[in-house]
Ligand binder design. Structure first.
Ligand SMILES: NC(=O)c1ccc[n+]([C@@H]2O[C@H](COP(=O)([O-])OP(=O)(O)OC[C@H]3O[C@@H](n4cnc5c(N)ncnc54)[C@H](OP(=O)(O)O)[C@@H]3O)[C@@H](O)[C@H]2O)c1
Length: 255
């Protein structure tokens, strides 16, 4: 797509990948409507940037976002569903609310937003991009629920691609660990390997938008390893399993 002059809705702009992508899009001449949760602020100031604060984990929240977007823009050329939350945990309890919270923002909000775009523009060209995760292919210990949500949107986009018009570009991004507030928010106390910067991920997303790429892999190392030598990655999984187990032992000892 042509970035200059385009009208883009980008969710999750208060920090991390979304904030870096907003900066790049603005540099390239796009008009960006950014969205975050009430209370957080990206501190990004630009004549072509407007930030609104909406909780997108409900139908009303997403409806409100589209209402605001259509007041602000004559037309939405791209919708980037980047907002999401992680959990780092060993699942032990049947907790409906806990499950619903992550499903609502990571899955339902994304699917509903895609359908809103289709409803608005049944035949027109637009881009719809989702930030999934490498964990949609390759779940890690501590992230079962999170990985399940990212796999769900991955499968949804791949399926939808077979149903929609060819010039309604459905795009999916698979970042590896990225140095944002993600890990603090997830509650993961240890450092991951292969950490990328949010600037790098945002550059790859911008590139993907320009080329209308279907799938965007910010880590070439992961992509190559996963395709050619998936067994090599099992070392990393074993490391993560040991770490998760050690937390349990520690907390039992502390208790
Ligand atoms: N960092 C990684 O290692 C990594 C790896 C793979 C995929 N991802 C995915 O990348 C995306 C961006 O994450 P990030 O790493 O940049 O983390 P981040 O800095 O925590 O950004 C998450 C963004 O989502 C927003 N958000 C969360 N819940 C929301 C809700 N209910 N309504 C509206 N906005 C909401 C947050 O807003 P507030 O700040 O206002 O809460 C924030 O702007 C997420 O979908 C994440 O799952 C991250």
């Amino acid at each position: 797509m042509k970035i200059e002059g385009s009208c883009i809705v980008l969710t999750g702009t208060s920090s991390g990948i979304g904030l870096e992508l907003a900066k790049l899009l603005l540099e390239r001449g796009a008009r960006v409507l950014g969205v975050s949760l009430p209370g957080e602020d990206s501190c990004l100031s630009h004549r072509n940037f407007k930030e609104i604060y909406i909780d997108l984990s409900s139908r009303e929240g997403v409806d409100k976002l589209f209402e605001e977007a259509l007041k602000h823009f004559e037309e939405i050329n791209a919708f980037i569903a980047n907002a999401g939350i992680p959990y780092y945990e060993k699942l032990q309890k049947a907790d409906w609310d806990h499950i619903s919270a992550i499903v609502d923002i990571n899955i339902k909000s994304v699917i509903y937003s895609a359908m809103k775009m289709k409803e608005l523009y049944p035949q027109k060209t637009f881009n719809f991009m989702v930030t999934s995760s490498i964990m949609s292919y390759w779940p890690l210990p501590g992230y079962s629920l999170y990985s399940a949500t990212k796999s769900a949107v991955h499968a949804f986009i791949e399926g939808l691609r077979l149903e929609w018009e060819k010039d309604q570009y459905l795009q999916i991004v698979f970042p590896v660990a990225t140095a944002t507030r993600f890990f603090e928010r997830a509650g993961q106390p240890h450092k991951s390997w292969l950490i990328q910067t949010p600037q790098h991920v945002a550059r790859k997303m911008l590139c993907g938008l320009i080329k209308d790429s279907k799938r965007i892999y910010p880590s070439l190392l992961f992509e190559v390893s996963y395709r050619l030598a998936p067994w090599a990655l099992s070392f990393y999984r074993s490391r993560e399993k040991k770490i998760l187990r050690s937390y349990e032992v520690n907390s039992e000892q502390e208790g």
